[in-house]
Ligand binder design. Structure first.
Ligand code: SAM
Length: 258
């Protein structure tokens, strides 16, 4: 590897890939451009050009993953349908289509349903991937029923089932308020350093589930550093790059605070 671990590089990802050793990454968390024109970095002349760009970085990321590595890719549901097809053509193994309910406030669509979700595709390179399901249990929905079940159990297929004190197994629908929504003041959206940062707690869930302490987490569109911050907090190693130097500066500041 020609780069230092636990460092974020100010670089175009296509130059950065050459510096990363093949089959060295345990977990890749990729939050790429979506072609939604959120900035210059998110603007492509045609959908074809956007997909060519997307497939190009996917090819590189696959090379970097270990044989038991895991890959998470964020995007719109529409784009994710193309990405899913491409990943299966590349013989990666489909695990989940995760729907992120962004809890983003009120929608404004009048000719279709209001959009409030993003997709997170979870693929692995092989079948021997890490999945720490105990680390990511979530609270049961019906607290009243669980209170009763904790005392007496619930009869299931002839056996008494007692709830797990850490909660239920994590499902595919994730509810995390977007940073945009969280930072609203009196209902008004505030200007943020980055247009589309991901919630830290959501990235932490991915890292806890799909890596162990000391593993290498990779993100080639690091933005303002959510993946790096979460990895450092959870004692994982990380490497990543970002084309915008201001975002790299901000990421380095955020990392220093941990
Ligand atoms: C969706 S944002 C990532 C946000 C990030 N997950 C966060 O929480 O802050 C995508 C990022 O990719 C960067 N980017 C776009 N094209 C790039 C390229 N070719 N190489 C490296 N970074 C790029 C953009 O500047 C942008 O910050």
């Amino acid at each position: 590897m020609n780069i230092k671990i636990n460092t974020i590089y100010n670089s175009d990802c296509f130059k950065f890939f050459d510096k990363v050793k093949n089959k060295s990454v345990d977990l890749a968390i990729i939050d790429p451009p979506y072609n939604l024109k959120k900035g210059e970095w998110d603007t492509f002349k045609t959908e074809k050009k956007f997909l060519e760009f997307t497939y190009k970085w996917i090819d590189e990321v696959i090379l970097k993953l270990k044989n038991n590595g895991s890959l998470y890719i964020f995007n719109t549901p529409y784009n994710s349908a193309f990405i899913l097809q491409y990943l299966t053509e590349k013989r990666l193994i489909f695990q989940n289509w995760i729907t992120w309910d962004k809890r983003d406030g009120l929608g404004s669509a009048k000719r279709k349903y209001s959009n409030g979700q993003e997709t997170i595709l979870f693929f692995t390179k092989g079948n021997k991937h890490i999945f720490n399901f105990e680390e990511i249990r979530t609270p049961y929905d019906s607290l009243e029923r669980m209170k009763h079940a904790t005392k007496k159990g619930i009869l299931k297929n002839g056996k008494r089932w007692f709830p797990n004190p850490k909660g239920k197994l994590c499902g595919e629908i994730w509810h995390f308020s977007s940073e945009r929504h969280k930072t609203k003041l009196n209902g008004r959206t505030q200007k943020m350093i980055h247009a589309t940062p991901k919630p830290l707690d959501m990235i932490e869930r991915i890292i806890k589930a799909s890596s162990n302490e000391g593993d290498l987490v990779f993100d080639c569109f690091i933005g303002t550093g959510t993946t790096a911050v979460a990895a450092k907090k959870l004692k994982r190693n990380f490497i990543g790059c970002e084309i915008n130097k201001d975002y790299v500066f901000y990421t380095k500041q955020a990392l220093k605070k941990i």
